[in-house]
Ligand binder design. Structure first.
Ligand code: CP
Length: 307
């Protein structure tokens, strides 16, 4: 039963509940008209303390396409946070105005804090370098629709594995399925945090390798998940600049990959995927962003008990 639940991390829902959301998203894609009024009279608050294109606008589009309405802000400075209001007080107030809240914040742990002060479901729309569970739902729907199975995949994750919250959440999600293998491709400075390796890979006996070579990952991957180096999380800008261009996927490098591999990216990209890749049938990142709206429609509808 998903009605009334919060979504803070990628393991908050059972595998059956995830299936429920993904199956509903698929039904919405096939027949959006049928769902165009199911959330009539409901209000989503989108509280974005950090920049966003896809997550905020797909949440807003999702609620409108379900027949509901949206309130919110897209930067902290246009809210009373600028006057010193705490996150906790903001949530106490906004949860009285709305039926469901999506929150993005630059600090890790804010969605968990918000949950304790909310009378309505909280959806984590990204908290610092910690988690991004609705991106994970987007990624799962993409894998389901384009690869057909969550099992038996070689998943190469490339780029900023240290600060990239989408990667953290995706590993936690995909490590629940059978016989997946991970290739972790990053510069030494941006390796996956040890706690994720230990808790989600080693303790579950999941096979993985760490490498600095994109080419090595490309040869074996069924799914290549590229990520941006997260400039906003670095203390020293010079360090970011020295790592920003560590990996650049182009058409030529893609020749090394399997014909049925898919290239995913949560976006925004900076220059880690050159635009000459966009026309390749394996490039899946724009379809992925589109699926994000449908899966957020399914999530909102389920958490509000509208379907
Ligand atoms: N993928 C993602 O979170 O994109 P935005 O930062 O544009 O929301």
């Amino acid at each position: 039963m998903l009605k009334g639940k919060h979504l803070i991390g990628p393991r908050d829902f059972t595998l059956e509940e995830l299936d429920e959301i993904l199956n509903l998203a698929h039904l919405i894609i096939e027949n959006p008209k049928e769902y165009s009024k199911v959330c009539e009279g409901k209000l989503l608050a989108a509280l974005f303390y950090e920049p966003s294109t896809r997550t905020r606008l797909s949440f807003e589009a999702a609620m409108h396409r379900l027949g509901g309405s949206v309130i919110g802000f897209s930067e902290a400075n246009s809210s009373s946070t600028a006057k010193g209001e705490t996150l906790e007080d903001t949530i106490e107030v906004v949860s009285n105005y709305s039926d469901i809240i999506a929150i993005r914040h630059p600090e890790s742990g804010t969605a968990e804090r918000a949950k304790k002060h909310s009378s309505v479901p909280i959806i984590n729309a990204g908290d610092g370098s910690n988690e991004h569970p609705t991106q994970t739902l987007t990624d799962l729907l993409t894998i389901k629709l384009l690869k057909g199975s969550f099992n038996n995949n070689v998943i190469a994750l490339c780029g900023d594995l240290k600060f990239g919250r989408t990667v953290h959440s995706l590993i936690k999600a995909m490590s629940r399925y059978e016989n997946n293998k991970f290739i972790l491709i990053s510069p030494n400075e941006l390796k996956l945090p040890d706690y994720i390796k230990k808790e989600f890979l080693i303790e579950n006996n999941i096979e993985f390798i760490e490498t600095t070579s994109l080419e090595e990952g490309l040869k074996h991957a069924d799914i290549l998940y590229m990520t941006r180096v997260q400039g906003e999380r670095f203390e020293k800008y010079e360090e970011y600049l020295s790592l920003r261009d560590s990996y650049i996927l182009n058409r030529e490098k893609l020749n090394l990959a399997k014909e049925d591999m898919i290239v995913m990216h949560p976006l925004p990209r900076v220059n880690e995927i050159q635009t000459d890749v966009d026309d390749d049938p394996r490039a899946s990142y724009f379809r992925q962003a589109k699926y994000g709206m449908y899966v957020r429609m399914a999530l909102i509808a389920k958490l509000l008990g509208c379907v």
